[in-house]
Write a protein of this length. Structure first.
Length: 170
């Protein structure tokens, strides 16, 4: 079955109006962490920097990093594949996914296991993105071309820890 022209960019079978758009207006509507992660991906596709900034956990001080976040949003996003979605006994949510994007002529895959916290904010309980890890690949991947010597805040840390640069040596 072909997807409708107004299909949600997150890859669900729903339209944007049925899927991520309501969460863009009210993040507390995301019942599962994967719903917020899909809405954040969709916000990248649609250029909704405010939504991405606003759904970082307050401890991340995302507003201070708005410019870098806007740079990461300003990419050609090609597709999303959700691998797993779980809520741990601790109450933390984890979503593992592949997000595909193009930078210049090269295509890349961002493979991340994101961590989310469910907390009250402005009188409503909602999920917030806190951080993510880059799981070790099951098989060796082909080397990806270097595009810059500058390490972005959401890029893997060059020290090899598997954490994002901003949560490690950044």
């Amino acid at each position: 079955m072909a997807k409708p022209d107004n299909a949600c960019p997150c890859g669900s079978t729903l339209t944007l109006a049925q899927c991520c758009q309501p969460i863009h207006h009210d993040p507390s509507l995301a019942i599962q962490p994967a719903q917020l992660m899909r809405a954040r991906y969709c916000a990248h596709v649609l250029g909704l920097v405010d939504f991405v900034v606003d759904t970082y956990h307050p401890s991340c001080h995302a507003e201070q990093h708005r410019e870098a976040i806007a740079e990461s949003v300003d990419s050609e996003w090609l597709g999303l594949e959700v691998i797993s979605n779980e809520i741990a006994p601790s109450g933390e949510g984890f979503v593992e996914f592949n997000a595909y994007y193009r930078d210049g002529k090269e295509e890349y895959c961002l493979h991340e296991r994101s961590r989310f916290l469910h907390e009250e904010h402005n009188g409503k309980a909602q999920w917030f993105y806190i951080d993510g890890e880059y799981p070790e690949p099951a098989e060796p991947e082909a080397p990806q071309p270097a595009t810059s010597n500058k390490v972005g805040r959401n890029d893997p840390c060059p020290c090899g820890s598997g954490k994002k640069h901003k949560k490690c040596c950044g």
